[in-house]
Design a binder for this molecule. Sequence first.
Ligand SMILES: C[S@@+](CC[C@H](N)C(=O)[O-])C[C@H]1O[C@@H](n2cnc3c(N)ncnc32)[C@H](O)[C@@H]1O
Length: 188
Amino acid sequence: MDTLKLGQLRIINFLAGLGGLAIGSRLRRWLQDPRKILAGADIAEGLTVVEVGCGPGFFTLDAAEMIGESGQLIAIEPLADFVETVKGKVKKAGLKNVKVLTRDALNTGLEDKSADLVLLFGVVPFPTLPLSKLLPEMCRILKTDGTLAVWLFPTTAGVPTAILNSGLFIQIGEKNGVYSYSLKGQSV
Ligand SMILES: C[S@@+](CC[C@H](N)C(=O)[O-])C[C@H]1O[C@@H](n2cnc3c(N)ncnc32)[C@H](O)[C@@H]1O
């Protein structure tokens, strides 16, 4: 069964919802300041940002506020309940610069070279996000001067090495626990 079909199943949404209580909690905000982590990705006003696997939106509203009205945040998530939760939060916050899409990050359907910044925050490694398929899709949607920003929790689990070994990206920085990458052959 593909990820989007899984994301519609009641039992999967129920189980993920239990996890969502922790990953969307105030305690987590206190332990892991989302703005500090987002600053590690050099998120800035006016950027077009793709957030992969937004979950219940731990980073989403802060990211949207940090890019301002001139920016656009595209949050993608396959789980139906998380999508509805985040849409509700966005509406309540009155944010106009966020689209929450029910999508599989392995096949985003987004335009080629359309994103300034892709956030892989707390999503890899994950069984439904194999890097061998995820990285080429992120490569496709990033602008030539775009940045892939990866925040790994609770463990790096070899992800930085796997990204470099993909041959698609080179590392350009590491700040506040966020690893940043440019497309290979495009960095200055
Ligand atoms: C551990 S949660 C992290 C959520 C959020 N990024 C955070 O840090 O709070 C991983 C998220 O990735 C989503 N996810 C899993 N497979 C995905 C896929 N193929 N495409 C997009 N998102 C996916 C899950 O549904 C889940 O919401």
